[in-house]
Design a protein around this ligand. Structure first.
Ligand code: NAD
Length: 732
């Protein structure tokens, strides 16, 4: 069986069906291109064939290019990878161009065979680029189908003609949300936007009918016809000029120049718009090669697609534990976190008992889901019936008896070991012996909390991030006694609620907070040193961090920072390293500058809570030094301080798999996604250089930058993290 097969009908229509054996969704491979071309050649050469329809044997059309293949293309391209990649891309262009010209005479534009696509459902990436090369696209009226070009989300751009064709079809301005933001649409919206041509009940029948009636003129693409003008204007047309200047500014503003794909895409569009279509494809191929050659694209594909998916599918799940999907969940504490956990669980179809000390508090937690659902209904994201069903799954209560029959409990009560121990015991008294108990603590050691449990092997950490419904990462923490079934239960639960899990061992601040706190602290330390706050914040954003460290601490609040600092100091005693940071945050706390919630922090805020610039009061207390550091030095301090902590977490065995270290960093706290994560970043700059920078930073700024032994060892052996740990093996 091959990925594409063809059937020639008595009506003169050759139907090419894409149906990759053994996969639920079609993805394109390098070999499949040849098969497709062979079938197109055969149909074009066969006089009995009047037209061609390309469709799918599945309920969707295609999910895109096999990104595993893209990740390997560079290696496969041999000694001259750029040449190999470029040739491979140009080959795809040639095949799609053959489909587009369909055998017509290039001068008279006559005599070609109509080729249409019939999309039964979702068509993404190359799954839309192939249709865009055909003459008409018919899609089934399936509101669940997604149509679009999401490549930019994993650090590449549509490089099989999708960029050039879409811009020539709809204009640069109209195409920009689809290309630059990877916007996906259902079929009706895709038709309204001009991505596809028709939405019908039976796309295959409609496509067949169309190819049999299409005339020569119907199959000539506007850009192949005489007198073609780009919609919205090419770059030197007054309207086009505005678009391109604006787009450039917007892309640079949003990406700060660190995402090579966005910039390359824009260059391909701009340069392509100035030349004939076939030259534009060649330009697109050059820029696409450039992006594939850039280490960022490989790192992003690896972390944000391949490894993220592997973790979601249970790459680190204990293999010999049976299905642990949750049927009935108990959530203790209906505050900010508990309310969010109840919501995402009910959305996933799980029955939820939401318990607080008073019924009113539990009801208030449930009201959070009701408000969320009401918003969804008013925005037409869900129907009233579905919203009602979801809400009916949540039972608000103050009685432990209602927890009977729960197979998983997630505790999100106050961050106080005594309160946590009380509720653990109260739960043990009513639940079945096999119920798993999870705590959502952010700071308390799991192994200590487990002491209150009757079954410490059934006790685990499931650490959500706030806001629960938005944040994609869940950190699962194994205590010393935690058993495999508890890990499997936590992983199966996270899969049910469609989030990405990482599993780590128990240590102070687990993994995400362990790395993010030093980032915040480094920013605050620099303020104390007299580094301009604007330099700190901008340096962070220019290197791809979503928020500068000072904005981040304003968001999470200064008093939380002060509370954590006091607790850490108490736990660490003389070894506590952050006195310089505390001096600043305790002063801020004393001044009532508690962050956004107090409308005063490192930033000032207006009465609506909107940021109104960096605070003059902070600058008055910590005057800026006459000499300011180089922006790269600030960026290195901010990136190294996080990345070295990730390395130490790996050395300590807190992280057991480097994939989790990178995926967790991007999804958990937004570590510069272009880099693929902290360990990918260190691989990208190379261990020898990283070790050398550590030595320099440690000499100037202190031992927190000391090169970890593991990094030193990699520097000496000339390996990278991914070479040594293979993407799957444990660190120890
Ligand atoms: P919160 O104060 O908003 O909610 C706590 C809720 O627990 C309150 O509704 C309270 O009435 C209830 N509660 C207290 N004692 C109880 C008891 N004995 N029985 C039943 N209910 C009780 O707090 P939160 O921000 O939702 O945090 C809850 C937990 O989640 C904490 O352990 C915290 O460290 C952790 N956490 C918080 C965040 C965050 O960003 N806020 C992130 C991750 C984890």
């Amino acid at each position: 069986m091959t990925d594409f097969t063809m059937e020639k009908g008595a009506d003169g229509v050759a139907v090419i069906t894409w149906d990759v054996p053994g996969k639920s969704m079609n993805v394109m491979t390098l070999e499949a291109w040849d098969v497709l071309e062979g079938l197109v050649d055969e149909a074009l050469a066969d006089e009995a064939v009047k037209g061609i329809v390309i469709t799918s044997g599945k309920d969707s059309f295609a999910g895109g290019m096999d990104l595993n293949v893209i990740a390997k293309m560079k290696e496969m391209a041999g000694d001259d990878p750029a040449r190999g990649l470029f040739d491979g891309i140009m080959n795809a262009h040639r095949i799609l161009r053959k489909i587009e010209r369909a055998g017509m005479d290039p001068k008279t534009l006559k005599g070609g065979k109509p080729i249409a696509t019939a999309l039964p459902g979702t068509a993404l990436g190359i799954g839309l680029e192939i249709p865009l090369a055909t003459h008409r696209i018919f899609a089934a009226d399936n509101p669940k189908a997604k149509i679009g070009l999401p490549e930019i989300m994993v650090g590449i751009f549509p490089g099989a003609g999708g960029t050039t064709r879409l811009v020539r079809k709809m204009g640069a301005m109209a195409a920009s949300p689809f290309l630059l933001e990877g916007k996906l649409s259902d079929p009706k919206k895709a038709k309204a936007a001009g991505l596809i041509d028709e939405v019908v009940a039976d796309p295959l029948a409609a496509a067949k009918e169309w190819v049999l009636s299409a005339k020569d003129a119907d199959i000539v693409k506007p850009w192949d016809a005489k007198g073609y003008k780009m919609p919205g204007g090419a770059p030197y047309h007054p309207a086009g000029f505005m678009t391109f200047v604006g787009a450039s500014a917007m892309v640079n503003g949003k990406t700060k120049g660190v995402y090579p794909a966005a910039k390359a895409l824009l260059s391909a569009v701009y340069e392509g718009a100035l030349v004939p279509f076939d030259t534009a494809l060649k330009i697109e191929a050059r820029w696409f090669t450039h992006v594939l050659m850039h280490p960022s694209s490989g790192a992003m594909i690896r972390s944000l697609f391949i490894n993220k998916e592997a973790l979601e599918k249970g790459a680190v799940r204990p293999a010999d534990v049976s299905d642990q999907r949750v049927r009935k969940l108990g959530v203790l504490g209906a505050g900010m976190m508990g309310a969010g956990i109840a919501l995402v669980s009910a959305q996933a179809g799980i029955e939820v008992v939401l318990l607080d000390r008073e019924l009113a508090a539990a009801e208030k937690g449930k009201a959070y889901s009701a408000d969320y659902a009401a918003k969804g209904v008013s925005r037409k994201k869900i129907t009233q019936d579905k919203a009602d069903e979801m809400l009916a799954r949540i039972t608000a209560t103050a009685s432990y008896d209602d927890l009977k029959g729960c197979d998983l409990i997630v505790e999100a009560v106050f961050e106080d070991p005594k309160v946590k121990a009380e509720v653990t015991k109260a739960v043990d008294a009513v639940t079945d012996a096999d119920c798993i108990f999870a705590t959502n603590t952010s700071t308390l050691p799991i192994s200590d909390l487990a002491k209150a449990s009757k079954n410490p092997e059934q006790f685990i950490g499931i650490h959500f991030f706030s806001p629960v419904e938005k944040m994609l990462l869940v950190e699962i923490i194994k205590g010393k006694a935690t058993g495999d079934r508890a890990v499997a239960k936590a992983l199966d639960f996270v899969r049910q609620i469609r989030k990405t899990p990482i599993v780590v061992n128990d240590a102070r601040f687990f993994y995400a907070n362990r790395c993010i706190i030093p980032y915040i602290n480094e920013g605050i330390r620099m303020v104390a040193e007299g580094v301009a706050p604007a330099l700190i914040e901008n340096a962070a954003k220019m290197v791809g961090m979503p928020l500068g460290p000072l904005q981040l601490v304003d968001e999470t609040s200064i008093d939380l920072g002060a509370k954590i600092a006091r607790a850490t100091r108490a736990a660490m005693g003389d070894a506590y390293p952050d006195g310089a940071v505390d001096e600043v945050i305790f002063w801020m706390e004393g001044e009532g500058r508690l962050g956004r919630k107090a409308r005063a922090g490192f930033y000032d805020y207006d009465e609506k809570g909107k940021r109104a610039g960096l605070s003059a009061a902070v600058s008055a207390k910590y005057p800026q030094a006459a000499e300011q550091p180089d922006v790269t030095e600030v960026q290195h301090r901010l990136l190294f301080v996080q990345s070295l902590e990730a390395v130490r977490a790996l050395e300590d065995g807190v992280l057991m798999d480097i994939r989790e270290g990178d995926v967790g960093a991007i999804l958990g706290w937004g570590f510069a996604p272009w880099s693929g994560g902290p360990l990918s970043w260190l691989d990208m700059i190379g261990a020898p250089y990283a070790a050398e920078r550590c030595d320099e930073l440690a000499a100037t700024f202190g031992p927190r930058f000391a090169c970890p032994a593991l990094l030193r060892d990699l520097a000496e052996s000339g390996e990278g993290f991914y070479e040594r740990f293979g993407g799957a093996k444990a660190a120890a």
